[in-house]
Design a protein around this ligand. Structure first.
Ligand SMILES: Cc1cc2nc3c(=O)[nH]c(=O)nc-3n(C[C@H](O)[C@H](O)[C@H](O)COP(=O)(O)OP(=O)(O)OC[C@H]3O[C@@H](n4cnc5c(N)ncnc54)[C@H](O)[C@@H]3O)c2cc1C
Length: 402
């Protein structure tokens, strides 16, 4: 007797990567029965709905990496989607601002990287920077005209609307609790229900390692949550900058540094910093989960990454609780800001894959089993890159069928 397999593709999650992949699967294989499962009550609930909203151009990423390729392609694909679906976006450009001679030297390395990644940049002298941004101080800057801003919740909603319009199915408030892989199908246990599909794609963000573990797939990484805390400037500062203002990143540090970001709603945020999270999906400042904390503390890679970034990690922690320290970081390039200009704003939590040897996984990372494909590491710029990531997954799935 043949087993009934009601779905061709089961997707875990309704973040931007899951939504993009679901839509492209339905576009490529119109007859396929595709079901998207999301444990929260709405789309874009976690990283996708708690980020800076930047359409990155791809300045920083290692030439030849998936990040470099997908970010460049994704920036254009995101803008095309915004045009097609009438989603507001602005190509405001970004300025990387050097505040001393050491940072100035690092601008040269970034210029070279942009050349390798085929991204247009325009060096700016102190005077040119002052003319473009009178409220910003620096000795030199690099202008990246292609960088833009958008609300990724709206992008995700548009992807979902197209997906359901093509006959795709979405179910919210359904958590995948266990997975069983058989020769002919994969079975997901969700509460009392068992759902069978020929293939599974997991884009579970902060839970990527746990979904992988449900199938017993071994991989050399664990997700370590890094909180990104923001402030918002008061409304009278909504025009304080016309570009996005970034510090020159320290190449020894994994994150980009606190920046001034124009948001698509017209406000300006400051942030995000990067501090270890003790609850993967907990956004309050004092959130704590015994399970998530144990996952950090019991993992050798966590201790190694803490040790190798001890100085910067302690400084981030200090500035997280000491607002004046946070302020000083942004006052380096925007000196007129004062303590009471930093108003509360929701934090985001990055899902960062860390290897057992303590190295951070920089590139996008995937893992596979005969009937499943998993997005293991999709940190920034994965919102910008969601469309090419989805296309890449569809190619992989297509190769299996073909
Ligand atoms: C502070 C911060 C700033 C950032 N800024 C930018 C930026 O400016 N530009 C940019 O391009 N990128 C940025 N990023 C990165 C970007 O937001 C993420 O890379 C992207 O949103 C990842 O999308 P995702 O779909 O993989 O994950 P998520 O959006 O986290 O979605 C994963 C989903 O999986 C669901 N899920 C997990 N487990 C299960 C389960 N068992 N069953 C059912 N559902 C499950 C979760 O509920 C969640 O909705 C930023 C990230 C952060 C945190």
């Amino acid at each position: 007797m043949t087993q009934e397999i009601p779905y061709d593709y089961l997707l875990i999650s309704d973040g931007i990567v899951g939504a993009s992949t679901a839509l492209q699967l339905k576009q490529r294989f119109p007859a396929a029965r595709v079901l998207l499962l999301e444990k929260e009550r709405a789309a874009a609930y976690h990283q996708t709905g708690h980020n800076s909203g930047v359409i990155h151009a791809g300045v920083y990423y290692a030439p030849g990496s998936l990040k470099a390729r997908f970010c460049r392609e994704g920036a254009q694909a995101t803008i095309d989607l915004c045009e097609r679906c009438r989603i507001p976006y602005v190509r405001c450009g970004k300025l990387l601002v050097a505040t001393d001679a050491g940072e100035w030297d690092r601008l040269d390395a970034l210029t070279e990287r942009c050349r390798e990644n085929r991204i247009e940049v325009q060096p700016q002298s102190r005077q040119q920077l002052k003319k473009r941004e009178p409220n910003i101080s620096g000795v030199a800057a690099l202008l990246v005209p292609a960088t833009g801003i958008v609300d990724y919740r709206q992008v995700t909603a548009a992807l979902l609307e197209e997906f359901t319009g093509l006959g795709g199915e979405v179910r919210f408030s359904v958590q995948v609790e266990a997975l069983y892989e058989q020769e002919q199908y994969i079975e997901a246990v969700c509460g009392g229900e068992r759902l069978r599909s020929r293939f599974l794609v997991s884009c579970a963000g902060l839970m990527a390692d746990r979904v992988l573990a449900m199938l017993g797939i071994s991989a050399d990484f664990r997700i370590v949550p890094f909180r990104g805390e923001y402030y918002q400037l008061p409304e009278h500062y909504n025009q304080i900058v016309t570009h996005l203002i970034y510090p020159v990143p320290d190449p020894t540090l994994p994150f980009l540094g606190v920046h001034l970001t124009r948001m698509i709603d017209g406000s300006v945020t400051v942030g995000p910093n990067a501090v270890v999270g003790w609850k993967r999906e907990g956004y309050g400042r004092v959130n704590f989960s015994p399970r998530d904390s144990w996952d950090n503390l019991s993992y050798p890679g966590f201790w190694k990454v803490m040790r190798s970034h001890l100085g910067s990690g302690l400084a981030e922690m200090k500035n997280s609780v000491w607002k004046r320290g946070y302020l000083e970081r942004v006052r380096k390039y925007c000196p007129q800001l004062a303590l009471n200009d930093l108003r509360p704003y929701p934090a985001g939590i990055r899902a960062q894959a860390v290897k057992r040897d303590g190295s951070l996984v920089h590139d996008f990372l995937f893992a596979e089993s005969p009937r499943s494909l998993h997005v293991c590491n999709a940190p920034s710029p994965a919102a910008t890159s969601a469309l090419p990531i989805g296309a890449y997954i569809c190619d992989k799935v297509g190769q299996r069928q073909g």
